[in-house]
Ligand binder design. Structure first.
Ligand SMILES: [Zn+2]
Length: 84
């Protein structure tokens, strides 16, 4: 039986995989701009930049979410309140 490869090898491996990755989803926490309660959403990091409207899970007010992702990491995130 062969030895299991170390974590180092795994890291190199995932770097290679970036070119043909499919979906990278990450849970992200932010404060609601209406009630300041913590919300968490799942961001699709395979998309470079995205913005959409989400309702706060606590106060149900609409929040404009916009973010940018690079190499599977969130590099910019903004949660704004929307005039109703
Ligand atoms: Zn809220």
């Amino acid at each position: 039986m062969e030895e299991v490869e170390t974590m180092e090898t795994l890291e190199e491996f995932s770097e290679d995989a970036l070119d043909h990755r499919v979906d990278i989803a990450e849970e992200y926490e932010f404060d609601c701009p209406h009630c300041w309660e913590k919300n968490s959403i799942i961001l699709d990091l395979s998309v470079e930049a995205q913005s959409y409207i989400e309702d706060c899970t606590i106060c149900c007010n609409p929040i404009e979410i916009s973010y940018r992702a690079e190499d599977g990491l969130v590099i910019e995130f903004d949660a704004k309140s929307i005039e109703q």
